[in-house]
Ligand binder design. Sequence first.
Ligand code: FAD
Ligand code: 2HG
Ligand code: ZN
Length: 492
Amino acid sequence: YTSDAYPNIKRNPNFAQVTAEDVRFFQELLGAPSAVVDGVTSDNAADDIEPFNSDWMRKYRGHTRLVLKPKDKDEISAVLRYCNEKKLAVVPQGGNTGLVGGSVPVFDEIVINTSRMNQIRSFDEASGVLVADAGVILEVADQYLAEREHLFPLDLGAKGSCHLGGNVATNAGGLRLLRYGSLHGSVLGVEAVLADGTVVDALSTLRKNNTGYDLKQLFIGAEGTLGIITGVAVQCPPRPKAVNVAYFGLESYDQVRAAFREAKGQLSEILSAFELMDGRSQRLVHESTGNKYPLEGEYPFYCLVETSGSNGEHDLAKLEAFLEHILGEGIVADGVLAQDETQFQAIWRWREGITEALSHLGGTYKYDVSIPLTDLYQLVDDTRDRLTSLGLVGEDDSYPVRAVVGYGHMGDSNLHLNVAVRQYSKEVEKAIEPWVYEWIAQRNGSISAEHGLGVAKKEFIGYSQNETNLKLMKQLKALYDPNGIMNPYKYI
Ligand code: FAD
Ligand code: 2HG
Ligand code: ZN
């Protein structure tokens, strides 16, 4: 961990510390098994509490001594009302897969974890609207929908652990946003509890509802700073009957752009993903899994193209014409089309497995950015050049940086620049930040495309939001959470 001490953040002395009396209150309210307590009472749960204090990257670490697992909105409401009165700060936590340090405490904030709120409330096969508790795991929701010939409109590498509430709170983007759009569109309703215990019932299941302010939108992407999401209503599309995936090797980034243009033009309504992976990212997956590369040769760039439609023959005819064209024109150097479900899954693993492969190298500095497509990959080359000129990256083991890789959701102009280091180091961090944010702001990009700001990007929000917007955000925060107990020390 680097951020153990958070040198620029001081504990807010207005917040109370958890006492044995508080613990007794919560245990009585929720039942003893719903609280993990470390040292506040006679309980000693140091081992059990550690995973709630540490983030997925093992980069951010808090020191909570109390984790609560309420089972419904009424329990959350009672917990928050008490915390607000006592000025006890809290952190909402779902699957704890967030990548910006937002889901763990900074100091001793109480963790309110949604894992026991895991019921699917209803599903309407005619409209495709799913209503579920915030703690339902994304993959569980998608499996439930698969049995009913529907699909959750979001998919991402952490699907086996992340919760729907966490997905909505981060406004997660994922692998098929290009097809199914953002959660700001597919989430029809949100049920949430404010800091003072007020239950906001904005759990509409209607597609159209123009009756004043769309209050649910504020909770989508707020990262738990305005309230705790307890339930969501989501518009789910029918599960496509025919899904195909192809994987290509390309000689240059310009060719990846050309391939994307062709994919949009030729595959149009059946295109469901267009993902970019650079050669270095694929080498890391190869080294960590030992899997044989999908193509014979190695290339500086790869892309993954997925189609989803309702008629297999029609889709295949389109896909084959597309393959013939981009191979014939020399836009791609080589390519392979998955022939069965096993190959389909194997190809996707080359894309979805990058984050995990990087995690085996030590630490990773992650930059999840939106940049216009023309300049998208230039950021990776410029970062590598900068780190090379500063003597931080090189061929052997003596350099602190092990890899500079780029990959991401090309179809959404969303790049993931990852700098893998042997161990987190202030020297490397200072070489990249704020330089990287200046680079992005100069191109009118966003410093956070889909992961949010959490604590990691807190100091840099000004590169993507102006003073007026920031002032409005602070006013909203003060209105929804006057004591500031909801996820403090993060971006707001
Ligand atoms: P957590 O990590 O627990 O929390 C995330 C934030 O939301 C925190 O600020 C937390 O306080 C808040 N929060 C959690 N639950 C609630 C709630 N009920 N109410 C209010 N606030 C809440 N993200 C993408 O956008 N696209 C990807 O493709 C993608 N891929 C990933 C792949 C891997 C391998 C990993 C580890 C992460 C990936 N992520 C991706 C990042 C992450 O944002 C998502 O995994 C997910 O949306 C987080 O959900 P979670 O339940 O784990 O939330
Ligand atoms: C992805 O697209 C995720 O794989 C994670 O958003 C990206 O680890 C990352 O930087
Ligand atoms: Zn992503």
